[in-house]
Design a protein around this ligand. Structure first.
Ligand SMILES: [Zn+2]
Length: 58
């Protein structure tokens, strides 16, 4: 079984709340302290999430 981890800080669900999202058929997990990056600064996810450049506005 693959352990769920925040994409950015690698914290597991045993240490923090993880929010699970789905993108391109994959599950993505992020902790609440990194969700603002997804909302406000998604270009930082390029190279971390495959295809992230597709959801960057503007
Ligand atoms: Zn995190």
């Amino acid at each position: 079984m693959v352990e769920k981890k925040c994409l950015l800080c690698q914290e597991t669900e045993n240490k923090t709340i993880l929010v699970t999202m789905n993108f391109k058929g994959k599950e993505i997990h992020m902790c609440p302290s990194h969700l603002p990056i997804l909302i406000h600064d998604p270009q930082k996810l390029v190279g971390i999430i495959e295809g992230a450049e597709n959801f960057i506005a503007g």
